[in-house]
Design a binder for this molecule. Structure first.
Ligand SMILES: [Cu+2]
Length: 387
């Protein structure tokens, strides 16, 4: 039986032209993440103007293309790819609002498991409760000019939240264009727009920050759909296939190809045209963990505020480790903390390393497991050996 080697090292990692994004369920964010997220949103909002990369610019460009070519009404072929770029773009700008916030990731609103209308809010530990009750009230954003919501969200509005059945139905649809994409848009995407109501009901919906969390859920479903197949099934009419906004015809600095949006873990993007393209690997965590399935070698970095921690499987397939991301966070001293939900499961029959660019605190319950059930060693090494 092979050993799983878990190594911790206390080196300072170099910067990389590659960034990974772990998008969690909003309900799984830590209190600190939520507080930082709200602060970053406020800074972003204060940018105000219609200049590119400002908060209002996103809504304006979305509104310009709203009824023409980013939704089914305009042909629908850009619905998934356009919004995937838009989310990444917005997320990167949000991270840039302050150095302390560069670790933030766009959370998704999992309306499949959000409580139904009028349900009693459920408090999860120290978290402020379910999304709809902690984030949706307009009072959180009362100073945001132009953003409107009904005084009471939910009851009496036009949309309803999709259910787990809606999600499962979408996953079973194929082929991509005529079935999956349309089902995703109509039966999973549209409802929450109406459920929230107000600004979320129209072309200026990106003015409402819940837009991005909602669309992250839509984007996650597309990724789930791709992940359940061997070989990506999404096919675009031609290659390169330009999409609205993200091409030079519409004022963007680059011509981006929809064909490279098929797997969220292999995106190439730059929102600042003075820097080179960067690789962006967008992973979706669920139930507090990210499944490392071998994409990008399951070579995993999480960076934040000068601290970088990295999990990597050394051997080739079969892979299949897990990274418990639920309560991995940085503390007030910017050290990585893993509490009772934090940990790593090494894939069976593979070696795995974990290291951090800063201090790591393992709180009671944090753990490193061998997924194969074999013995493993745990130690601290001096980098860069071992990688
Ligand atoms: Cu939408």
């Amino acid at each position: 039986m092979k050993n799983i080697l878990i190594s911790l090292s206390l080196v300072f990692c170099i910067s990389m032209a590659r960034a990974q994004h772990i998008r969690k369920n909003y309900q799984e964010m830590t209190a600190m993440e939520i507080a930082d997220y709200n602060n970053a949103l406020q800074i972003f909002w204060n940018s105000g103007s219609l200049a590119m990369n400002n908060h209002a610019w996103f809504a304006a460009m979305h509104n310009t293309h709203f009824g023409t070519n980013i939704h089914w009404g305009g042909g629908g072929q850009n619905f998934t790819s356009f919004h995937r770029y838009m989310l990444l773009h917005w997320e990167l700008v949000l991270q840039s609002t302050a150095a302390a916030y560069n670790y933030l990731q766009l959370p998704y609103w999992d309306w499949r498991i959000d409580p139904p209308k009028n349900a009693t809010p459920v408090n999860i530990g120290t978290l402020p409760g379910f999304w709809a009750y902690s984030f949706l009230p307009i009072t959180n954003f009362s100073t945001w000019t132009g953003l409107t919501r009904p005084t009471t969200f939910g009851p009496g509005l036009s949309g309803s939240l999709p259910t787990m059945a809606s999600y499962n139905t979408a996953l079973g649809q194929s082929p991509f264009w005529t079935n999956f994409s349309q089902d995703l848009e109509f039966n999973n995407h549209n409802g929450p727009h109406g459920y929230v109501g107000g600004t979320m009901g129209g072309g200026q919906s990106p003015l409402d920050p819940i837009f991005y969390c909602h669309h992250a859920m839509v984007d996650k479903i597309w990724q789930d759909w791709e992940d359940q197949t061997t070989g990506l099934q999404t096919t675009f009419p031609s290659s390169p296939y330009t999409i609205p906004v993200y091409n030079t015809i519409h004022g963007w600095g680059d011509n981006l190809d929809a064909n490279v949006t098929k797997d969220s873990r292999y995106l190439s993007f730059r929102w600042d045209f003075t820097i080179p393209f960067e690789s962006h690997d967008v992973w979706y965590a669920e139930n507090d963990k990210v499944l490392l399935d071998g994409a990008n070698g399951s070579d995993f970095f999480v960076s934040g505020n000068n601290k970088i921690y990295r999990y990597t499987t050394i051997s080739a397939a079969p892979l299949g480790g897990s990274m418990y991301i639920g309560d991995i966070y940085r503390d007030a001293f910017n050290n990585v903390q893993l509490d009772s939900k934090g940990g790593f499961v090494g894939p069976a029959a593979n070696s795995a390393h974990f290291r951090a660019g800063g201090d790591i605190t393992l709180l009671p319950g944090a753990a490193f497991y061998s997924g194969g059930g074999g013995a493993y060693t745990f130690g601290i090494i001096s980098a860069p050996n071992g990688f």
